[in-house]
Design a protein around this ligand. Structure first.
Ligand SMILES: [Ca+2]
Length: 326
């Protein structure tokens, strides 16, 4: 009898211990619930993009650029959460039978078409929004201006920058990936805005590979461990940029070719780009990274790289695992 009473009281003590200690599952649920308003707040803005591709040149380049534009669109819409209808595509060439549905339905990349798109964007864009602008194609440099080759009149860097001047969107990212694109940094540069170019501010007039590599990385991103190049635990725009720059440097190296494009990033608004990838490229690749000692040098908040590090990218892994529908 006594033993039974003792067992019962032990059971009661155990009951109260279980009842009073919060279960880890429950605690987690509350935390998750608490995070919802924060996530909703961050997601409040609309992600908008313009992908502008100038004239391609010949049949082989038509195919190459059409495929790259399709991949860029896939990357933005299937990987980075842009609604497909919020990604405006402007394509320079007349569409062909073999092109994707996206290219066939794209607006024509004339100067007038671009001006219309930029004006429409300006009307829609709100301060909480995101804007990405990706420019690709061929260009020619006349010693003063880097002209993007378009059907009809071309456009140069200062005219282009005017179309996007004084926008209020909190996140503004420009990828100008044409030859001699370095000249776009100065006019496009603005506080809080990220401007990435495929080349230096120099006569880098050779055809660039940057847009094709960017499209490849965006549409089929590497595993997070490899992608988080600065090892800060987040995949950011900085990681995306350095990954593309490093892949390109490695590709030129493997082909024993002198790199004819040196990408730059400006995000401190001073109008000057920096090769922020230099600390992540080996000496062979044209950088100064020490083997086994990845640069963890803190980025000064006034130097290039800090805004792009603050833009985290949520790649949709499930989508990337799916086979690409062509
Ligand atoms: Ca990172």
């Amino acid at each position: 009898m006594n033993t039974l009473l003792l067992m019962m009281s032990r059971c009661q003590i155990l009951f109260w211990i279980i009842a009073l200690v919060p279960s880890p599952g429950l605690a987690q649920d509350v935390t998750t619930m608490g995070d919802v308003p924060q996530a909703a707040k961050l997601a409040a803005g609309t992600k908008r993009a313009i992908v502008l591709c100038g004239l391609s040149g010949d049949a082989a380049h038509h195919k190459l650029f059409a495929e790259t534009v399709t991949k860029l669109h896939d990357g933005l819409s299937k990987q980075l959460g842009f609604a497909a209808s919020d990604v405006q595509v402007l394509f320079g060439d007349e569409p062909q039978e073999s092109d994707s549905a996206l290219i066939k339905s794209a607006a024509r990349a004339t100067r007038e078409g671009l001006e219309r798109s930029a004006a429409r964007l300006r009307e829609k864009l709100r301060p909480e929004d995101t804007l990405w602008v990706i420019v690709l194609g061929h260009s020619h440099y006349d010693g003063k201006h880097s002209w993007l080759n378009l059907p009809g009149p071309d456009i140069q860097q200062t005219e282009f920058a005017k179309l996007f001047a004084d926008l209020t969107a909190r996140e503004q990212v420009f990828f100008i990936t044409t030859p001699t694109s370095g000249y776009y940094i100065k006019p496009l540069s603005a506080k809080g805005r990220v401007v990435i170019t495929a080349t230096e501010v120099d006569w880098e007039t050779n055809e660039t590979e940057f847009p094709h590599e960017l499209a490849r990385v965006l549409s089929s991103p590497p595993e997070a461990k490899e992608f988080d190049i600065d090892q800060d635990g987040t995949i950011s725009l900085f990681d995306l940029y350095v990954t593309v720059a490093r892949n390109l440097a490695q590709s030129y190296l493997e082909r024993e070719l002198l790199a004819t494009e040196h990408p730059l990033l400006d995000d401190n608004g001073d109008g000057r780009g920096t090769e922020v990838q230099i600390d992540f490229l080996t000496e062979e690749q044209g950088g100064r990274a020490k083997p086994k000692k990845l640069s963890t040098a803190p980025t000064n908040s006034t130097s290039d790289g800090s805004v792009s590090k603050s833009i985290s990218l949520s790649f949709s892994r499930t989508e990337s695992a799916r086979p690409t529908a062509d």
